[in-house]
Ligand binder design. Structure first.
Ligand code: ADP
Ligand code: ZN
Ligand code: ZN
Length: 803
């Protein structure tokens, strides 16, 4: 087995295949599939993933691979296969799929060392110890250049040594000084006797180690022996003790103590939902469950107990939560139940922290990972369950290559592991609910809230009416009355401002002129903080004009409402109210999200004001009022899912009120009160919404009745863009079945970004067995032009964003 098949890290059409390399003698028997290697490629050295080893190659002249980058596979057999699947399904290069499965720390060129795992030190072979010069670590370079690769590998496989990446960022690298005796206790006791007189302190330290031969952190040692650093240094110099830097896991939750929580006794509904899942886990069967439970029905407890069954069987579980609701509160519920067995992965962690969490999974130190989208690639080998909470969230789809949907990856992995998937939501996507109706997924319903109270009463306020009655404020009379009432009762309110869509744009009140980005087809967003206007697509910034560029009127000002503006308004009308504001500006610092929520949870504010980010996952007993300031901003987006998204958001945010003993109320302000997604969200009638929306989807040939592919072409030259899109559209019309519907070429809703024009072609189809083939043909055809003339063609299968 001296030939390795390798996927090289050169993401291009021509190199998107396996290359054979000869394994040099020194590394035969070491190289395994799933390891990364350095190989020559043309004149360069590049990284690559070994996907197979074999005896023969059909190629005559093979080059030698240079050296391994790992001594253990970083991707297991199942993940390698998953990469094949993803390459097909997301239409990406295989190398892109492989890279997506590893934490960022391992992608970049970080320094690498092999560390001794302290407890296993005694088991190390003397040759390896000697090769390490009796230090506790050795650099990767030394391992590669030395002669004992195979021995090192064995130690790694047996868990005596560990390969660690040092992210070269002072903040991330966290080590502590550890002191270790270099002799046995008896020997030290003997030596200690020779220390007399003024070496008394040194003797005490040695005596400490006679009784406690384990390594101890320098800090602790100084404390327990009441000595100084100098004393310890002297003993190190005499080669009686050794001082070493030991890496500590950067534990983002280290200062937190989690009290253990016990499983709650389930309600009837919960038990009925849990039972079939547990049965599946027991029998190692694969099935997808759609857990459709209203907000506050206790879905999380069902997840927790399902996971407990998995752990009991010695298997592992992945729990996906949308980034936005991966709040400390959520993490806490899992840590309280499963303690140290939980790894957490989300974008708030530093590169180093994420890598540490990944390593805990790889080393099999944890049984559960709670994380956002990419945690779906957690390198578990005995998966017993995958849960996707809030399955309707758009963030489960990655919007850059590889454009995978975590739900599809979950189902694919669960099939290989023969384990169940739970998709949970109070507002499932139409796609998922339709599948449950057809019996593709198994539907589990929980229709009652834990506290048996009805869902909160919802009032819809017509803001046009308010205006007609002379109320020009952003608060309707009803909302203001209820806000005042809550302040008096010392209960809490959540105020949500729906920022998606166009807000805070600058408009001339005289002529209606709106200031646009000079590079993109989008209005600039006003930032009050530094009084500038900014483009959210290309980053263009400019100052506020004094007069309208069109008509020179002075009545030019920003329009729409930002959270800051609401905050100011609140300060005017309810000066005694304590407000916490949560938006991108106040939560950009690490940990600020948690701090603000904690403060609110501890009752340090009366009103939590924020964007969509507050709509989910909050569970505070004292919230009895939810106000939505502008329910309809999202309705007008050019996206066939805009009603569905509006319905979901309003339902979610309404669910924040009255989750415990106090009853809740919701006030929804809107300019389109008659819209069915607003009316039905107010009634919390998911089923009616589903039926209504399904009718529309059927009439207009949208999912779940049809599948979609969105092809977007972009180029600096508008003619070139149109012509290319035209050709693609034509090609598809010629080759796809007459049952498919092909739209285009048409300008994208965002028709220009960063001076590049964008046109699109939309395919709606039910069955197109040759579709992937045709799409590949298109990509191949334009490959050359893409590189030379910066023509971009992006193909999004099952797009979530239609812009
Ligand atoms: P969901 O995720 O469906 O919105 P949660 O899981 O957050 O609902 O549950 C709502 C509240 O009910 C939580 O405070 C939770 O601790 C509580 N709860 C859930 N299940 C039970 C149970 N079986 N007995 C008592 N309280 C429960
Ligand atoms: Zn004007
Ligand atoms: Zn721009």
């Amino acid at each position: 087995m001296n030939i390795a098949t390798v996927i090289v890290d050169v993401p291009a059409k021509q190199t998107d295949r396996e290359f054979d390399y000869r394994i040099p003698e020194k590394w035969t028997n070491i190289i395994q599939p799933g390891m990364r290697v350095i190989v020559p490629f043309g004149p360069r050295m590049v990284q690559g993933f070994v996907v197979g080893v074999k005896d023969h190659s059909e190629w005559n002249k093979l080059r030698n691979m240079k050296e391994p980058m790992d001594l253990e596979p970083v991707l297991n057999e199942e993940l390698l296969q998953l990469a094949d699947w993803m390459t097909r399904e997301a239409m990406c290069f295989k190398i892109t799929a492989l890279q997506a499965m590893l934490p960022a720390a391992m992608k970049a060129k970080y320094e690498k060392v092999l560390n001794i795992i302290e407890e296993k030190k005694d088991r190390l072979s003397p040759i390896v110890l000697a090769a390490m010069g009796h230090r506790s670590s050795i650099t990767w370079k030394e391992v590669i250049e030395g002669e004992h690769g195979a021995l090192f590998q064995k130690e790694v496989q047996q868990g005596h040594l560990e390969l660690v990446y040092y992210v070269k960022n002072k903040l991330n690298k966290k080590t502590i000084k550890v002191i270790r005796p270099l002799h046995t206790g008896e020997k030290l006791a003997e030596i200690a006797l020779t220390f007399t007189g003024n070496a008394k302190k040194q003797r005490e330290v040695l005596q400490y180690f006679c009784a406690h031969p384990e390594p101890i952190s320098l800090k602790e040692l100084l404390e327990v022996t009441h000595t100084s650093n100098g004393t310890v240094k002297a003993l190190v110099k005499k080669q009686l003790l050794a001082e070493e830097n030991q890496e500590v896991y950067r534990n983002p939750y280290e200062n937190r103590i989690f009290e253990r929580s016990e499983p709650l006794s389930l309600t009837n509904e919960q038990a009925l939902a849990l039972h079939p899942i547990q049965e599946n886990i027991r029998n190692k069967e694969h099935e997808v469950f759609l857990l459709y439970g209203v907000t506050g029905s206790g879905k999380t407890e069902v997840y927790l107990q399902a996971i407990a069954s998995v752990i009991e069987k010695g298997e592992e579980a992945i729990m996906l939560v949308p980034e936005i609701s991966l709040t400390p509160q959520t993490v806490k519920r899992f840590k309280e139940r499963f303690g140290e067995q939980v790894a957490v992965m989300h974008s708030g962690l530093s590169i180093g922290e994420k890598y540490d969490e990944w390593r805990k999974i790889h080393r099999k130190e944890v049984k559960v990972v709670v994380g956002a989208r990419s945690a779906i690639f957690a390198p578990f080998e005995h998966l017993g369950l995958i849960i996707i909470d809030e399955e309707h969230e758009a963030s489960y789809k990655q919007e850059e290559t590889p454009r995978y949907h975590a739900r599809d990856v979950a189902i694919e992995r669960a099939k290989s592991h023969r384990c169940p998937v739970i998709l949970g939501s109070a507002t499932p996507t139409l796609e998922s609910f339709a599948r449950a109706q057809k019996g593709v997924y198994k539907l589990l319903t929980m229709s009652r809230r834990m506290n048996e109270s009805a869902l909160p009463a919802v009032e819809i306020i017509d803001m046009r009416e308010e205006l007609r009655n002379g109320n020009r404020s952003m608060f309707s009379e009803m909302l203001l009355t209820k806000l005042t009432d809550r302040l008096e009762k010392r209960e809490q309110t959540v105020l949500m401002l729906n920022k998606r869509g166009h807000s805070s744009f600058v408009m001339c009140r005289s002529c209606g002129y709106v200031i646009h980005c000079p590079n993109c087809d989008i209005s600039l967003t006003y930032h009050r903080f530094n009084d500038i206007m900014k483009c959210h697509y290309c980053g263009h910034e400019e100052g506020m004009p004094n007069v309208c560029p069109e008509c020179e009127s002075e009545h030019i000002r920003f329009f729409g409402t930002g959270t800051q503006k609401v905050e100011e308004e609140l300060a005017k009308i309810l000066p005694e109210a304590r407000v916490i504001r949560m938006d991108v500006d106040t939560t950009s610092k690490k940990g600020s999200h948690e701090r603000l929520l904690n403060a609110f949870g501890e009752g340090k504010a009366d009103i939590l004001l924020g964007t969509q980010m507050i709509a989910k996952g909050l569970d505070f007993p004292n919230i009895t009022l939810v106000g939505v300031l502008s329910a309809d901003t999202m309705l007008h987006l050019p996206d066939f899912r805009s009603s569905e998204k509006t319905f979901q958001l309003l339902t979610q945010v309404s669910g924040r009120a009255g989750r415990h003993n106090l009853p809740g109320e919701v006030v929804i302000q809107t300019y389109t009160p008659e819209h069915y997604s607003i009316e039905l969200a107010a009634l919390q009638h998911y089923d009616s919404f589903y039926e209504r929306e399904m009718l529309i989807r059927r009439q207009s040939h949208y999912p779940p009745y049809f599948y979609l592919v969105l092809i977007t072409v972009s180029h600096e030259d508008v003619m070139k863009t149109v012509a290319t899109t035209e050709k693609i559209t034509h090609y598809l019309r010629m080759h796809l079945s007459p049952h498919s519907i092909i739209f285009g070429p048409v300008a994208s809703p965002l028709s220009r970004i960063n001076n590049r024009y964008r046109y699109q072609c939309l395919i709606k189809y039910k069955r197109e067995p040759q579709l992937h083939h045709h799409l590949h043909t298109i990509l191949e055809h334009y490959q050359q032009e893409s590189i030379q003339h910066h023509l971009t063609i992006s193909i999004d299968l099952n797009p979530q964003i239609m812009m």
